[in-house]
Design a protein. Structure first.
Length: 476
């Protein structure tokens, strides 16, 4: 009911009171006027009328008392109506529900199975979040972890060595390998030195071949220079001697010798030129071989590095999985709660992977209640509305209830096997118990009163009348 409606009803009550007071005034006015007239008369007249007045009041005494009583009742009724118009009461939607665990029952399992090494709890015991409930023997997992760690360190050192060789840098072993596996560091250091020595030896041989080809080139150039000079001299001498044959100054034998020398020196010159070309080609080959040695060595190292990195990544992932197995060998409680069932009771017994071991019922600072609400009331419910939870196990008049808030409203109605239709809602209490010695456990039944609003007492009293008015005069 809004303020405008309340104001309208108050105005109606006030107008009714005004009419009633006007009627009272009309009834009382003759008596008041007569009383005033009596006071205006002389004492003699008053004494003369005394007997007459006494008779009058005796006649009218009984009706006057009845009128006063009626007026008092009417005033009381008017005040009551005014009070009911302004006094507010809570509108409540009721539901029947029960306590459910706020995190649901936690069922703990063994991921990989094994032999039970420890059982640290018993049924009914309260445990904290993270507390170890039981432990599966982790020996085989720890052995695998150590083996994986050893291979991981070896591959890490190898990657550092190959990276240093590929980039032509000094070998700097990883600190973790130096601390945990110094022998592997020494082995990798020796392999690094051996690889560097092999590459340097191949490069040294190629450089020696290059130097040899450079020396051969120098010799061939010197021979070609000498042959060219000798050829030029003999060619000039031959040119000068040929004209002297006719005069007989030079014998024909001498001319043949000069021609032979000229041809020989020309051949030596041409041979030296060809040898120079071969030496230059050999020098280029030697230079290329030096580069090829370095390139092949680095390519081989890079290929090995890529393969080693792939193995290292695989071992890294495998190490995470093995460490997780060791971690999950200790079965810990995920929440604070009570051990409701302990499904393993033998130390040394074997559990299969995925088998249920322990059930823990959560104990939170708040409780969750799932209640059934009639479909006719669901339209007035909103998340966040206050509620009062009254547990049937504890008398509400003696122990009280728990304050709560509406947390969730079901998206659709549900029909049970008996044909009853309802909506499921969930409320969360502010506390988990009524008192130090009055705990609330899952499964307890309670009545949930959800406060959906407020209305005046007058509106509550008039509700049947208004409902009847809506249906009045509409029957067939």
């Amino acid at each position: 009911m809004n303020l405008q409606t309340v104001a309208q009803r108050l105005m109606a009550v006030i107008i009714g009171l005004q009419g009633w007071l006007e009627a009272v005034r009309m009834r009382v006015q003759p008596y008041v006027e007569r009383w005033l007239a009596d006071w205006k008369e002389s004492p003699e007249n008053r004494e003369a009328d005394f007997v007459q007045d006494a008779d009058y009041f005796i006649i009218h005494q009984e009706p006057l008392r009845a009128r006063v009583l009626v007026k008092t009742i009417l005033i009381a009724v008017a005040l009551f109506i005014m009070w009911t118009a302004v006094a507010l009461i809570d509108e409540i939607t009721k539901g029947e529900g029960k306590v459910i665990p706020s995190s649901q029952i936690q069922i703990l399992q063994s991921l990989d199975g094994g032999i039970v090494a420890e059982i640290n709890v018993k049924e009914g015991q309260v445990v904290e979040a993270g507390q170890i409930l039981l432990r599966v023997d982790p020996t085989r997992f720890e052995s695998s972890v150590r083996e994986n760690r050893s291979q991981y360190l070896a591959l890490t050192a190898k990657v550092a060595r190959l990276r240093a060789l590929a980039e032509g840098l000094p070998f700097v072993p990883p600190p973790e390998v130096m601390v945990e596996d110094p022998k592997t560091v020494q082995d990798e250091q020796r392999l690094y030195q051996t690889a560097r020595s092999n590459v340097e030896a191949q490069i040294s041989i190629a450089r020696q071949q290059l130097i040899q080809r450079q020396q051969e080139l120098s010799e061939m150039r010197f021979k070609r220079e000498q042959a060219s000079q000798a050829y030029e001299l003999t060619a000039k001498e031959l040119a000068v001697t040929k004209p002297l044959i006719d005069s007989g100054a030079v014998s024909e034998v001498e001319l043949l010798r000069l021609e032979r020398d000229t041809s020989r020196f020309r051949g030596e010159r041409d041979m030296a030129s060809a040898q120079i070309l071969r030496s230059q080609a050999a020098m280029s080959e030697a230079s290329r071989k030096i580069e090829e040695v370095e390139l092949n060595a680095r390519n081989e190292v890079r290929k090995d590095l890529a393969e080693t990195m792939a193995k290292l990544n695989a071992f890294t992932e495998g190490g995470v999985g093995l460490a997780d197995k060791v971690k999950h060998a200790a079965i810990r409680s995920p929440v604070k709660g009570t051990v409701s069932r302990l499904l393993v009771n033998t130390v040394g017994g074997v559990v299969q992977p995925g088998r249920d071991l322990v059930e823990v019922v959560p104990l939170d600072d708040a409780l969750i209640l799932e209640a059934k609400v009639a479909p006719k009331d669901i339209a007035f419910l909103r998340p966040g509305q206050p509620a009062m939870v009254k547990f049937t196990a504890y008398d509400f008049s003696t122990y009280g209830g728990l304050e709560a808030k509406l947390e969730h409203i079901g998206a659709d109605s549900i029909t049970d096997e008996k044909g009853n239709t309802f909506f499921l809602v969930r409320v969360r209490t502010n506390k988990s118990r009524l008192g130090a010695n009055l705990p609330i456990i899952p499964g307890m039944v309670a009545e949930v009163d959800i406060i959906t609003g407020q209305k005046s007492i007058l509106a509550y009293l008039l509700k049947p009348v208004l409902r009847a008015k809506q249906g009045a005069l509409t029957e067939r």
